[in-house]
Design a protein around this ligand. Structure first.
Ligand code: SF4
Length: 259
């Protein structure tokens, strides 16, 4: 099994296929993973590896580490496009997520006012009003929806909330009034002998119906980039992603493709 953890709270800048030169912020442990999903394709590996020993960084530790790195990059005149919350799990699980976003906005405004703030989230904490309010403050509020069908999400993303429902997530995403980007990993393969494919006509039609309801500013569809914990997954080709993107665009939705 492939496991690639980020061993610090601040990492990079790294080149992101979708976002450009990106300074990463990992609000989860440095030596383990904490997530409400356990995706078959997660680059951080399966949740079974455990949460590690370091615990979550405090709000103060995040602000200090971020300020120190932004100061350094500013002094070097380094190019930076975006500050991205991702890392070893789901960032909105951090109990001080909303405060950390507000600190980050202040630091961004002080050192790199032109830089965007992105959050990559799996949309499982949108029942918390402070999380939703914080996400309204970021430039790129990127929320995962890999299928509009519960059965497929349970196969691919494996949510640990028994109450997870795509219907509820779609309703929660609608409340952003368009201030949201939906990201969808397109993949096929199998896991434990069960076939997986969210690229079928039926799956894509259900996703398009969900996108039409949410009216996001953009949809990002993408494919596997590195080795995945489940090795029986197949990378969907760029041509196929482009065909799916064209289907989505016919419904008046902006789509970005990363392959
Ligand atoms: S939501 Fe993200 S961090 Fe969590 S398991 Fe899936 S890919 Fe990994």
């Amino acid at each position: 099994m492939q496991t690639v953890l980020f061993h610090s709270t601040i990492f990079g800048p790294i080149h992101s296929r979708r976002l450009g030169s990106s300074l990463g912020v990992n609000l989860m442990p440095d030596d383990g993973k904490v997530c409400t999903f356990d995706c078959l394709y997660c680059e951080a590996g399966y949740n079974a590896q455990g949460a590690g020993t370091t615990g979550l960084p405090t709000r103060r530790q995040v602000a200090d580490a971020l300020e120190s790195k932004l100061k350094q990059l500013h002094a070097e005149g380094a190019p930076l496009d975006v500050i991205t919350f991702s890392g070893n799990g789901e960032p909105t699980l951090h109990p001080d997520f909303a405060w950390i976003i507000s600190d980050t906005v202040a630091l961004r405004d002080r050192y790199f006012p032109q830089v965007k703030i992105s959050v990559l989230s799996n949309a499982t904490m949108l029942h918390k009003s402070d999380v939703v309010e914080a996400l309204r403050l970021v430039d790129n509020n990127i929320q995962k929806l890999d299928s509009a069908k519960d059965d497929t999400i349970r196969l691919i993303d494996r949510p640990n909330q028994t109450s997870y429902s795509a219907r509820r997530v779609i309703d929660q995403l609608k409340r952003f009034d368009g201030h949201v980007i939906i990201q969808t990993m397109m993949l096929r393969g199998s896991h434990d002998g069960v076939a997986i494919d969210n690229t079928t006509a039926e799956e894509v039609a259900a996703l398009i119906a969900a996108y039409e309801e949410v009216k996001p500013q953009e949809v990002m569809i993408y494919s596997i980039d590195r080795k995945t914990p489940e090795e029986k997954l197949e990378k969907v080709s760029k041509d196929e992603l482009e065909r799916i993107a064209d289907d989505i665009r016919r419904h008046g939705i902006k789509v970005q493709v990363s392959a």
